[in-house]
Design a protein around this ligand. Structure first.
Ligand SMILES: [Fe+2]
Length: 199
């Protein structure tokens, strides 16, 4: 059977996000953790298809749960890599339409930054902070996703994602998630958020 999902290449080198993320931290995260979600999703889909063709029973409940976890893990990581870029220096605040929209809906950029940071730091266990947009209302919402797939809202477009699983930062920051989140802001690439905002 053909593979369904593929591990995307990073849009920068493994040593390009220092000092936010070391080469070792970034390469391990991408090549081992993200790759595992891709491989697990593909293997699961293959098992489901094989079982269907053979007329064999399989645990539908467990398969649905595993599919949601692994495919969401793959998709969120893909968004995360494209939410980052080598630091350009300066305040790195969003410009253009995304800058205007954040300022309009959150009053000021610092308020957005404060809310997003709180969502990231307070996530219990493994999860994500994301900035999303409801395509129906145009409103921007910060979501705190647990694991990869809990507290997502169907059909919301994700503009910006920050992985706060320990595997994302533990080599570089140990248990200091707050420092990792603080350093994230200098390495945000707002261009992906700008493109997604228009969708
Ligand atoms: Fe991750």
């Amino acid at each position: 059977m053909s593979k369904i999902y593929e591990l995307p290449a990073l849009p920068y080198g493994y040593d390009s996000l220092k000092p936010f993320l070391s080469l070792e931290q970034l390469s391990l995260h991408h090549q081992k953790h993200h790759a595992a979600y891709v491989n697990n999703a593909n293997a699961l889909i293959e098992r489901i298809e094989t079982a269907r063709q053979a007329g064999s029973a399989f645990d539908v409940k467990a398969a649905a749960k595993e599919l949601s976890f692994n495919v969401s893990g793959h998709k969120l990581h893909s968004i995360f890599w494209n939410s980052l870029a080598p630091a350009r220096g300066g305040a790195n605040e969003p410009q253009g339409k995304i800058g205007e929209e954040i300022a309009r809906q959150f009053a000021v950029f610092d308020e957005f930054k404060k809310e997003f940071t709180a969502a990231a730091v307070s996530c219990e266990g493994s999860g994500w902070a994301v900035l999303s947009k409801c395509p129906e209302t145009g409103k921007l919402h910060i979501l705190q996703i647990e694991k990869h797939n809990v507290n997502l809202v169907a059909n919301f477009n994700i503009l910006l994602a920050l992985d706060v699983w320990e595997h994302a930062y533990y080599l570089d920051y140990k248990n200091d998630r707050a420092k990792y989140v603080q350093n994230f802001w200098s390495f945000v690439d707002w261009s992906r958020a700008e493109l997604t905002l228009a969708q």
